[in-house]
Ligand binder design. Structure first.
Ligand SMILES: NC(=O)c1ccc[n+]([C@@H]2O[C@H](COP(=O)([O-])OP(=O)(O)OC[C@H]3O[C@@H](n4cnc5c(N)ncnc54)[C@H](OP(=O)(O)O)[C@@H]3O)[C@@H](O)[C@H]2O)c1
Length: 308
């Protein structure tokens, strides 16, 4: 089975000079082949633009007017789980970038309001029984935030099988790009990675890798902080996550020797803000040259690219 384990993130980044040495190793620009027949069908609309030169020469019938045709990309993304914590941040960031957004989740439209909420098309459905004809046609990318906890079997199903279903639906409908929100492995010993949560995640990653080898993106964040909405209440995870991220970043050079200890990342992996995860996903949506597995540091770098 194909696996992402040896594939680093490949992406155009604003400037390699601003990257840490570890980021520089894994993030590098590349040229790659792309299925342009798909792109031209769903990613671009052709606009006829008459140049000022053409206006000037119109008076002179001997010199033919020049019509310029420009390709202008229009993005339309489907966020599976757009009503969730990470999914809603992705929807909000996408709307702010002028991207058309469709969310699919069992609960559909969230109960809270906001101008960006009104700009998302909220569809209600379970990924296992979705009518993809209503969801996928015309999409330029699918972003899956499917995942969760429960019994081993439940975790296999929601982290693994549910994402496999979504990846295959996207592939069948010729969607050019698939972006999966996965998880950091916390440097855990292999026997702990046998839980349904991690085996499900890795199964989903493998499916993205094999079905979207040149465009699939896997983001592997550790703990994600932000304001999580639960039953009408807001849990300010950023009150813990943000200072913890700053502390861990500030002490990185001292704690580095501990990184080789099994499970050390349970304490040392820096949390990531939900906005960084969202903008890293948006960067992946917009950048055709971006694919592969993104580590925590690479998620932060990619987010910078999309925020500007
Ligand atoms: N939060 C973190 O700290 C963290 C850290 C690392 C990785 N991650 C990963 O990031 C992803 C998103 O996490 P999150 O915290 O945003 O989770 P979340 O808030 O629980 O969001 C999950 C979304 O998936 C939808 N969903 C679940 N089952 C579905 C189904 N069968 N069909 C359609 N939609 C379904 C949920 O909506 P409905 O229930 O209404 O269907 C919800 O919108 C997960 O894969 C998680 O493992 C999270």
């Amino acid at each position: 089975m194909a696996t992402f384990s040896n594939i680093g993130a490949i992406c155009k980044v604003p400037s390699t000079h601003s990257l840490s040495s570890s980021s520089r190793r894994a993030l590098f620009p590349t040229l790659r082949s792309y299925n342009y027949s798909q792109i031209s069908r769903s990613r671009s609309c052709r606009l006829g633009i008459r140049s000022s030169y053409a206006e000037a020469v119109r008076e002179n019938p001997n010199s033919g007017a020049i019509d310029i045709e420009a390709d202008v990309k229009t993005e339309r993304i489907v966020v599976i789980g757009g009503s969730g914590f990470v999914g809603s941040a992705i929807c909000k960031a996408a709307v702010s970038k002028g991207i058309e957004v469709i969310s699919l989740s069992r609960s559909g439209r969230p109960s809270y309001s906001g101008s960006w909420v009104d700009q998302v098309t909220w569809m209600t459905g379970d990924v296992f029984y979705a009518n993809w004809d209503e969801v996928l046609p015309g999409a330029t990318a699918v972003v899956s935030t499917l995942g969760g906890f429960g019994s081993d079997e439940q975790m296999q199903r929601i982290n693994g099988e549910a994402n496999v279903v979504a990846v295959n639906a996207a592939k069948d409908y010729g969607i050019p790009k698939f972006i999966l929100i996965s998880v950091h492995d916390y440097n855990l010993p292999s026997f702990l990675l046998q839980s349904g949560y991690f085996t499900g995640k890795r199964k989903a990653e493998s499916e993205v890798c094999s079905k979207f080898p040149n465009s699939g993106v896997v983001l592997r964040p550790a703990f994600i902080y932000g304001k999580r909405k639960v039953n009408g209440f807001e849990i300010p995870l950023d009150l813990i996550g943000e200072p913890l991220e700053k502390l861990l970043r500030a002490t990185e050079s001292f704690t580095k020797p501990l990184n080789s200890l099994p499970a050390s990342d349970l304490v040392l992996a820096p949390p990531v803000s939900v906005d960084d995860v969202a903008y890293a996903a948006i960067n992946a949506v917009k950048d055709d040259d971006c694919f592969g597995i993104f580590t925590i540091d690479q998620i932060k770098e990619a987010a910078k690219g999309a925020k500007v």
